[in-house]
Design a protein around this ligand. Structure first.
Ligand code: NAD
Ligand code: MN
Length: 359
């Protein structure tokens, strides 16, 4: 039987609720599928680990993770610790250490869910946003001088390398090529940002030569935000920088109904290292411990993980079960429902067990 080794890192807050729910759903799925298994190891890393050990994960954490086929991640963030410490100490340490340069964010309005956009036709939002995940505006370059003085100055420099832009562009064109509409929108701000963003447009044009089947277009990020609201049906695959895609994908998540359903994958497409799969949302201290977190984003990212592991049939079966649960109206409070997390989990598990489709 095919076996995949999974490292599960629930992390903080509702991460400790939604990851166990995701693992329960995956257990039901592997039982139902019968042709593959997941060998799961849980790691208790995060803010509690920090309080006990002075670090978010052990010094050899990345070495421990290297031997896994994928990482299933909850969230980090603790009300009593600085966000940059928790984020850089665990989540970003993994993204950067494993060169997970492609952050993939699918967006769809699931059956039974309502977009805040009025009169949206079913299927009008079916997007994949590809976010550059390793450089750009979040490269951490910059500094401050003359602190506290009238002449104080702070800089925040974006870094774009040819290798970095080319590899994210290739990943985005490949995704666009794999989708029915074969349309890629390259988002920049090349009218105002004349160096890095003009460079993005140039690299896009060059990479496009290798993907003649893909139609591609350029769009400025501000216009793109408006277009996502005004003409969502004309959008398919989108590639943008770390900052631009960060903002656009939160907008996308909201347009799909809630951040609680938005999944993401941090991929190393070269497969040298394990990729990491997580919900987009954070640790949500405001609702932690109440059993009301929406687990759908965590289930959906498990579909992405299965796809990445070559278990396409399992991924489709899980997606059908998620959609069956949402279509039945088993919805948590963020989606206007009254269901608790366990109700959603049980509905998805029941749908998996009752699924008689051939694959
Ligand atoms: P958040 O995503 O945790 O929460 C934002 C709002 O959405 C909250 O009102 C929350 O209750 C709600 N929400 C989020 N996920 C939900 C779910 N699954 N079901 C129902 N409601 C949900 O963002 P925040 O409040 O800005 O940040 C809280 C902490 O999480 C901070 O420490 C932040 O740094 C961290 N954070 C971590 C990640 C990550 O680990 N990838 C991402 C974002 C924020
Ligand atoms: Mn964000």
């Amino acid at each position: 039987m095919r076996t995949h080794k999974i490292a599960a890192i629930p992390g903080d807050g509702i991460g400790q609720e939604v990851i166990p729910a995701g693992l329960a759903v995956l257990r039901a799925l592997t039982e139902r599928a019968g042709d593959f298994r997941l060998d799961v190891t849980e790691f208790p890393w995060g803010s509690d680990y920090y309080r006990a050990n002075g670090r978010m994960m052990p010094e050899d954490g990345l070495d421990q993770l290297k031997r896994f086929d994928a990482i299933y991640f909850g969230a980090v963030g603790d009300p009593h610790l600085p966000d940059d410490l928790t984020l850089w100490g665990l989540r970003l340490a993994i993204c950067q250490g494993f060169d997970q340069f492609a952050n993939i964010r699918p967006t769809r309005v699931l059956p039974g869910l309502e977009s805040p956009l009025r009169g949206l036709a079913p299927g009008a939002i079916d997007w994949v946003i590809v976010r550059e995940n390793s450089e750009g505006e979040y490269a951490g370059h910059g500094g401050r001088a003359h602190r506290g003085h009238a002449i104080e100055v702070a800089t925040e420099t974006s870094i774009f390398t040819r290798a970095g832009v080319e590899r994210i562009m290739r990943a985005a064109f490949a995704i666009a090529a794999s989708r029915p509409r074969k349309l890629l929108t390259v988002v920049t701000k090349s009218n105002a940002q004349r160096h890095g963003m003009v460079f993005w447009d140039e690299v896009a044009a060059k990479v496009a030569e290798d993907f003649p089947e893909v139609r591609w277009e350029k769009e400025l990020v501000d216009a793109m935000a408006a277009r996502m609201v005004r003409k969502p049906a004309g959008i398919d695959t989108v590639v943008a920088t770390n900052l631009h895609a960060d903002i656009l994908s939160d907008l996308a998540g909201a347009l799909a109904g809630s951040l609680g359903v938005a999944p993401t994958a941090n991929l190393d497409p070269t497969r040298q290292y394990p990729s990491m799969f997580e919900p987009i949302h954070g640790s949500a201290f405001d609702i932690m411990g109440q059993g009301v977190a929406n687990p759908i984003a965590t289930f959906w990212t498990a579909c992405m993980m299965l796809e990445h592991l070559g278990e396409g049939a399992g991924a489709r079966r899980l997606m059908r079960a998620i959609e069956a649960a949402t279509a039945q109206g088993v919805l948590t409070a963020d989606l206007g429902g009254t269901a608790r997390m366990d109700d959603v989990t049980e509905a998805v598990i029941a749908a998996i067990r009752g699924d008689n489709a051939p694959d």
